[in-house]
Ligand binder design. Structure first.
Ligand SMILES: [Fe+2]
Ligand SMILES: [Fe+2]
Length: 352
């Protein structure tokens, strides 16, 4: 390996010794300073590959083709990086060269992914193997009749929450959807986090429920990212979200600790309300009271929708998602009602 193209052998030895000492004793900043002047040593970092779920839901190293999307793994050497930078700078009219050097050094540079048509995959917030076609055949009318005291409490808590929501938003369904998704994305994350901590505390598996609940949170957040494209929040709406999140996160956290049976049942009913809200949204679209604008690009890619899809198509797939969340949460509550733990039943991972 060439250490320093211009130095004598003594200089090479000194440089190598400095590198070893830097790696062993110095901070990352100091190490960077040592290697920064030597492209070849600097290039010893390695790139991160991709992982994609196989048919059993396990993450596997991505091959060169992932579900029809070609994946090009980037080289990790600075030399290769600089060559690429020159190409991308020429294409994009410049870029942050220092940032790219840093990414190359740590090996965390995202790989390039392209669509089947050869165009670049432009979303960093989700990758092609996380996209799916929504199951629109799901029964939207399924309802869990509240029988026990806890169920009735969950049901009426949700009904009570709907009243101020109706008053505040009235028929502004785009805005309503955007705001409600900021709340809907909380329970999955809180539940997943608490199950994660429980798994660590008890030295036991979660049965896949951590992943299933985090998937739900991610899916809800994608709903929000989608509706952000059709309704921009005003300052007082942002303030409301901060306030509501502060209260709801902590309330749900405590509620889940005290009774996951109640917490999941409540989310099941929240999802039933979400289905109702999106049905009303569709009615307004069909009446022409809300303009059926073209679907946002993020939605077309996430739900694998046809390019000419509209807002109506997006609301349809989001409503189908909510129906799936309803089933997952009522199912989770039912498991607890049977006196079992969630990990004893296989989690509905990838249930869309
Ligand atoms: Fe949602
Ligand atoms: Fe939902």
């Amino acid at each position: 390996m060439i250490i320093n193209s211009s130095g004598s052998s003594a200089a090479r030895v000194a440089n190598t010794a400095l590198m070893v000492a830097a790696n062993r004793f110095f901070s990352s900043t100091a190490r960077s300073a040592v290697v920064a002047g030597d492209p070849v040593v600097f290039a010893a970092s390695k790139g991160l590959g991709f992982s994609a779920p196989n048919k059993w839901g396990h993450l596997v190293r991505a091959p060169s083709m992932v579900r029809g999307f070609s994946v090009v793994r980037n080289g990790s050497t600075l030399a290769m990086q600089e060559e690429k930078e020159n190409r991308s700078a020429a294409a994009a009219g410049g870029g942050n060269k220092e940032e790219k050097k840093l990414m190359s050094y740590w090996g965390v540079e995202p790989s390039k992914v392209t669509k089947p048509d050869g165009t670049e995959w432009k979303w960093n917030c989700f990758r092609p193997w996380e996209t799916y076609k929504a199951d629109l055949s799901i029964d939207l009318k399924k309802h869990h009749a509240p029988v026990t005291f806890l169920d009735k409490m969950a049901y009426w808590t949700v009904k009570a929450l709907r009243f101020p929501t109706d008053v505040f938003f009235q028929r502004r369904y785009g805005c309503r959807a955007m705001m409600l998704e900021t709340v809907a994305a909380v329970p999955g994350m809180v539940g997943g986090m608490l199950l994660h901590c429980k798994s660590l505390r008890r030295f036991e598996h979660s049965g896949g429920w951590i992943k299933a609940l985090l998937e739900e949170a991610e899916n809800e957040r994608m709903h929000l990212m989608t509706f952000m494209e059709v309704a921009k929040p005003r300052w007082y709406e942002r303030a409301l979200v901060i306030t509501v999140q502060g209260v709801f996160f902590n309330a749900y956290f405590l509620g889940y600790l005290l009774s996951p049976k109640f917490a999941h049942r409540m989310v099941g009913y929240l999802e039933e309300e979400a289905i109702h809200s999106y049905t009303e949204f569709l009615k307004e679209l069909d009446k022409g009271n809300i303009e059926n604008v073209p679907a946002p690009a993020i939605a077309i890619d996430y739900w694998q929708l046809p390019p000419n899809s509209t807002l109506r198509d997006v609301v349809m797939v989001v409503r189908a998602d909510e129906a799936h969340h309803r089933d997952v949460n009522h199912f989770a509550s039912d498991i607890h009602y049977q006196g079992r733990e969630l990990r004893e039943a296989a989690a509905p991972i990838g249930y869309h």
